[in-house]
Ligand binder design. Structure first.
Ligand SMILES: [Zn+2]
Length: 244
């Protein structure tokens, strides 16, 4: 056996052990996940029924709306209008990095009219329906659905996208002091809460994408907000990184 082949087999064995580890430590049927290799976008481990079927993914869309609305990687400073935001007192003045970290609805609703739907194919994402509202563009409601696999892969592409630096800085800030802080490790994080994707309906499902050490992890927890899902994602990443 060549060395390359031996290393390849070792890698595959390691991937199998991650899948086993996650299924043993996180057996709850409420938790679905996809773990990708960020650089190759290959699936390392996955437990998600119908991962290729489109569902609402909420605020996970915001980074891609931002990039679709920017011609040159420059993003405006905008002031949150509390009437458009989930945070009652509003977020005040925000740049892109803060807007991602705190997942401000108003900031992205103001950008949405500038977004070019054709741009989304760079990230392998299907565009929203024609003439989508600003609310649809930022992931409110059920109008724009994407498959879990496609949104996870879009984040891996984002990780090395040249114009995404302010967005990626916002994702890092999210894990420190933003909506993703329950993750309790330093990672690039985006949270989302979306209309429930399950037959036994809850008001919503929580989503987190977390990127660290070459992994892209997408987690969905049934019936809880995205900010709470971050805690689960953090425990999963800790288990993966310890297992290494
Ligand atoms: Zn806001």
């Amino acid at each position: 056996m060549t060395l390359a082949l031996a290393l390849l087999q070792l890698g595959t064995l390691y991937d199998q052990s991650i899948a086993k580890l996650l299924d043993r430590q996180f057996p709850s049927a409420e938790i679905s996940y996809i773990l990708l290799d960020t650089s190759t976008n290959a699936v390392i481990a996955q437990r998600w029924q119908h991962a290729d079927q489109p569902i609402p993914v909420g605020s996970l869309l915001k980074p891609f709306v931002a990039l679709a609305a920017s011609a040159n990687g420059k993003f405006p400073a905008l002031t949150c209008d509390p009437k458009q935001c989930w945070l009652q007192k509003g977020h005040g003045a925000l740049n892109m990095t803060n807007a991602i970290a705190h997942s401000c609805n108003s900031y992205f609703q103001q950008l949405a009219p500038l977004a070019n739907p054709d741009f989304l194919s760079r990230f392998g994402l299907a565009p929203p329906p024609q003439n989508a509202s600003a609310e649809t563009w930022i992931g409110l409601g059920r109008e724009w659905k994407l498959s879990p696999l496609s949104i996870a892969r879009a984040y891996s592409i984002l990780a090395s996208y040249p114009e995404a630096a302010p967005v990626l800085a916002g994702m890092l800030q999210s894990s420190q002091s933003g909506t993703g802080r329950a993750i309790a490790i330093k990672a690039r994080v985006k949270t989302g809460t979306a209309a429930c994707a399950h037959p036994a309906g809850q008001p919503g499902d929580g989503y987190v994408v977390a990127m660290v050490h070459g992994y892209t992890l997408l987690v969905q927890v049934h019936g809880v907000p995205g900010a709470t899902t971050a805690a689960t994602a953090g425990r999963m990443l800790s288990a993966i990184l310890r297992g290494k």
